[in-house]
Write a protein that binds this ligand. Structure first.
Ligand code: PGA
Length: 253
């Protein structure tokens, strides 16, 4: 049985004070949804703060990106090894903003996935199509290409300790959400692709949905067979909204 996961991607928002208060509110609410795994992805400067606040609790944290190299003369960059030092369990790779704003190609994403898992982190591999690609009927082809780049470099075995996130680009930060049925169809496609390569990994890998997840739509999305939780952007910045999504994810609640 896959546990539901709710992950908050804070992107480049907030201050140390906000990080402290948001993490504090989420920590206090955790007993309300014992069956939900909760993780937050603060901006890199606040990872150490998360570590000091959340270490020893069941709140987990991760980074939003990493450099593919373990160390070296890469001014401004942060490696997976350093993220492990900060207690990160996860790191996002291939988020659509990294792909579109920072020019990360499928190959770059595969390198980062490789570096993350080599460093002992669990990569959260984000894939998703643009509106034009969806309208052209190319959704499956696009997400398959994005996953294949990682499979070719790393192999299916590395997905034993990884998470997939389906985030249609047209739904990110737009208020438009894929319907539960639209999202489920892509999740099922991704799961069957993984299962063809390794039945165990296909059955156990968590596939999160991202793109305008809110407290009002979370329960319907997460009720779908192959949707194992959410990667939440905007709504993760307000404790009330994020905690509402975690409650919606709970099958005990
Ligand atoms: P959103 O962002 O929830 O604001 O649409 C999701 C994401 O980018 O991960």
């Amino acid at each position: 049985m896959r546990r539901i996961m709710v992950a908050g991607n804070w992107k480049m928002h907030g201050t140390a004070e906000m990080a402290r208060s948001l993490a504090g509110d989420v920590l206090a609410a955790l007993p309300e949804f014992p069956d939900v795994d909760v993780a937050v992805f603060p901006p890199a400067p606040y990872l150490a703060l998360l570590q000091s606040l959340a270490e020893g609790s069941r709140l987990e944290w991760g980074a939003q990106t990493l450099n593919p190299n373990a160390e070296g003369a890469y001014t401004g960059e942060v490696s997976g090894v350093m993220l492990r030092d900060l207690g990160c369990r996860y790191v996002l790779v291939g988020h659509s903003e990294r792909r579109s704003l920072f020019g990360e190609s499928d190959t770059d994403v595969a390198e980062r996935f490789d570096a993350a898992s080599t460093a002992g982190l669990e990569p959260v591999l984000c894939v998703g199509e643009t509106r034009e690609e969806r309208e052209a009927g190319r959704t499956e082809e696009v997400v398959e290409r994005q996953v294949d780049a990682v499979l070719e470099r790393c192999g299916i075995g590395r997905f034993e300790q990884a998470v997939l996130a389906y985030e249609p680009v047209w739904a990110i930060g737009t208020g438009l959400t894929a319907t539960p049925e639209e999202a489920q169809a892509v999740h099922a496609f991704l799961r069957s692709k993984m299962a063809r390569l390794d039945g165990t990994i296909g059955g156990q890998i968590r596939i999160l949905y991202g793109g305008s997840v809110k407290a009002s739509n979370a329960a319907d999305l997460f009720a779908q067979e192959d949707i194992d939780g959410g990667l939440v952007g905007g709504a993760s910045l307000k404790a009330h909204d994020f905690i509402g999504i975690c409650r919606g994810a709970s099958r005990d609640g």
